[in-house]
Write a protein that binds this ligand. Structure first.
Ligand code: MSP
Length: 670
């Protein structure tokens, strides 16, 4: 089946970061998986280059808008090339083929009566390029999506009759349960649409950087709304606008030429979009409504992913914690990053990127379960059979184990088909656990001791078969690593092999093993620049002249932090506010007090605190303190202590830490 698979097109007001990389990597994973299953997949990515936000960003940099977009667009492309993303086309909204497609679509919708002229008055968020009503914005000004200040816009505008598509949209969601995945995102969209859709303003007149409405409207000052412009890329990249002959727009610049010469619209029949949760509304409401108006096929799926934070903090340029994907590539292999991103969080949920967590995944499951298994196979096949494992595996061998493996393969496919890549990986790991534990149970070295050479060879063949299946399953996620394992096993990674070993549960009769280097060497230390330095460097590099080393920078870099922890480490510590309800001395102890502290749980905690020399029990009752609440309970002088009260001691004695103003019990300190 021919399928179109898309990433969003990226705004060129920023350079690529790990969040963008996530969207693009997922698309590449899905493409590889579908190709293995036998589809013909056209992967589309590109850059979104029009609109007020971009115009303003270029102005800020003091260069022509097109020069600015050329340079950032190229940077995005280079990142995807460096990441070996297998895209089939990189569309830019400044390409002529795109401009023609947008004008064609506008004209069709206009001729159909779906577009009318009026006046728009409301709030506009330039950062999200999104319209809001006065009641939607927070505190009268702030964007409900990104929190930035919105502007009041009052201008003549063309409107799209979105309200007329409400019922049709609801019907589409209802009849296509998998149109938006994960399913709870579909429910969110349905709720939103049920709450009444307003017509959508689809032109702006207060700036210039965009596509003009079709010439025949004789309304030169109207620029097509950037989201209508951007969404149309998905069709235009396949040649939707090629037959549009009415274009009379005098282009201010010569658009880059990367023409689609022949229509590939047949791919549009089966389209899947991958988007972040922030742009779901545009893809799940506006886009299908536009498509209905244009008489084009609706997407088959919209896969919606969550957002990444860095060490628990939202990525932002001003904080300087935006991680450039190329930095990760330099420090670790792309495959480890791909694995991490897909395994770390269930698809659709938010995740936290921490270098330590990535290292743990490499040193843990990748090295121990996968890397080790490959090593063990290489080692034993060399030692016992000089790498030659041919012609020993038959249909009668290991039937029970094979049934289990076959059913896990089946389960894997179901998970990926329903866009649950982390569960897919969990099932692949079940297969690896099984293989590793079989080695312990069967103990091939014992078979050799007993001269059961054929049995040992058949067993190693079972392990090699398992690894062959795992390699095919993991290829979409870790293509480079899997190509190495394929060399080791002497197998090919392609649709035929996938079909045979995964779909039809076939087993190969024998293998010729080739020795390869260790796949996941343990990583001792974080390889990227320390994050604290990164925050420092980035904010200075971005906001100040690059070569002017400021005093504060020098002070910062010379500071040596002992026992440094990350924000994620800190976040694993739970400190809560609690009120001391009871306090009494512990008999036989001069130092310890037994406290009952309310931290808003079903019963107060009992905490034994060494503060008796400094506080009388009566003076403590009713006071609010800081409680380390996820400390492992311990017994002190035979009494259970379920936490710790925070205090500070110096040469003047001990003081409990207390809150400045009363807080609710159980409030978390952060
Ligand atoms: N230009 C629009 C998309 C138009 S598609 C017709 C746009 N661009 S964007 O550059 O702001 O975002 C592109 C994608 O990157 C979105 O899917 C967005 O969710 C994703 N991400 C941006 N920051 C992200 C994180 N911090 N984490 C995960 N993904 C995030 O929106």
């Amino acid at each position: 089946m021919k399928r179109l698979l898309t990433t969003p097109i990226y705004y060129v007001n920023d350079i690529a970061h790990i969040g963008h990389a996530y969207t693009t990597i997922i698309a590449d994973v899905v493409k590889k998986y579908w190709i293995l299953k036998g589809d013909d997949v056209f992967l589309l990515t590109g850059t979104d280059e029009h609109g007020q936000k971009i115009e303003e960003a270029a102005k800020k940099h003091g260069i022509q808008t097109i020069e600015y977009t050329n340079s950032i667009s190229q940077k995005f492309r280079s990142v995807w090339d460096a990441f070996d993303i297998d895209y089939d086309k990189f569309i830019r909204t400044t390409y002529l083929e795109h401009i023609l497609g947008v004008q064609k679509a506008f004209e069709i919708m206009y001729d159909k009566g779906d577009i009318y002229k009026g006046e728009y008055e409301g709030q506009y968020c330039v950062s999200c390029e999104s319209f809001f009503t006065q009641t939607q914005v927070l505190e009268g000004v702030y964007c409900p999506d990104c929190g930035k200040e919105t502007r009041i816009v009052k201008e003549e505008s063309y409107f799209f009759r979105l309200s007329q598509y409400q019922e049709k949209l609801l019907e589409w969601y209802k009849n296509n349960p998998n149109c938006i995945l994960p399913a709870h995102k579909r429910n969110e969209v349905i709720k939103f649409v049920e709450g009444n859709l307003q017509d959508l303003s689809i032109t702006r007149t207060s700036f210039e950087w965009g596509i003009k409405v079709p010439f025949k409207l004789k309304d030169e000052s109207h620029i097509v709304y950037v989201w209508l412009d951007a969404l149309m890329n998905y069709a235009n990249a396949l040649g939707y606008g090629l037959d549009y002959n009415n274009a009379k727009q005098q282009l201010k610049h010569k658009p880059e030429q990367n023409p689609t010469l022949e229509s590939k619209m047949e791919y549009f029949e089966h389209t899947t979009h991958i988007v972040g949760k922030d742009i779901l509304r545009f893809h799940a409401i506006y886009w299908p409504a536009f498509l209905m108006s244009l008489g084009l096929p609706l997407p088959e799926h919209i896969f919606v992913h969550g957002w990444w934070t860095i060490d628990g903090v939202k990525m932002s340029k001003s904080l300087g914690n935006v991680i450039n994907p190329l930095e990760i590539k330099e420090a670790y292999s792309i495959d480890i990053l791909r694995y991490f991103l897909l395994k770390e969080v269930p698809f659709g949920q938010d995740g936290d990127f921490s270098e330590r967590a990535l290292i743990n995944r490499n040193n843990g499951e990748l090295s121990n379960d996968l890397g080790n298994l490959v090593n063990r196979l290489i080692g034993m096949s060399e030692k016992y059979f000089n790498f030659d494992l041919h012609e020993s595996f038959t249909i009668n061998h290991y039937q029970v184990e094979r049934e289990k493996i076959d059913s896990l393969c089946h389960e894997c496919l179901a998970f990926m088909d329903s866009m649950q890549p982390n569960k897919y990986l969990e099932s692949v790991w079940e297969i690896l656990y099984l293989a590793n534990s079989l080695i312990t149970q069967v103990a091939p070295w014992e078979l050799i001791k007993r001269n059961a050479f054929e049995d040992c060879k058949a067993f190693l063949n079972l392990i090699a078969n398992i690894l062959a299946k795992v390699t095919l399953l993991l290829y979409p996620i870790m293509p480079h690593i899997c190509e190495k394992i394929a060399i080791c096993l002497g197998i090919r990674i392609n649709h035929e092999q996938f079909h045979s070993l995964i779909i039809q549960y076939a087993y190969l009769r024998g293998f010729q093993i080739t020795k390869i280097e260790a796949l996941f060497p343990k990583i001792e230390e974080p390889q990227m620049k320390l994050h604290t330095q990164k925050i420092n460097n980035h904010s200075h590099v971005n906001d100040m002249a690059k070569d002017s080393k400021t005093q504060s920078q020098e002070i910062f870099s010379s500071l040596k932090i002992e026992n440094e922890i990350t924000l994620a480490d800190f976040q694993s510590i739970e400190i809560k506010i609690g009120t001391i309800l009871e306090a009494q001395k512990l008999p036989k102890s001069n130092k310890l007090l037994k406290l009952k502290v309310d931290i808003n749980e079903e019963r107060p905690r009992q905490i034994i605190a060494g503060i008796s020399e400094f506080y009388t029990p009566e003076s403590l009752v009713g006071t609010q303190v800081f409680v380390l609440s996820n400390l492992k309970p311990a017994k002190l002088m035979g009494e259970l202590s379920e936490g710790m009260i925070l205090a500070c001691k110096d040469s003047h004695g001990l003081s409990l830490l207390r809150v400045e103003k009363e807080k609710e019990n159980g409030s978390r300190v952060s």
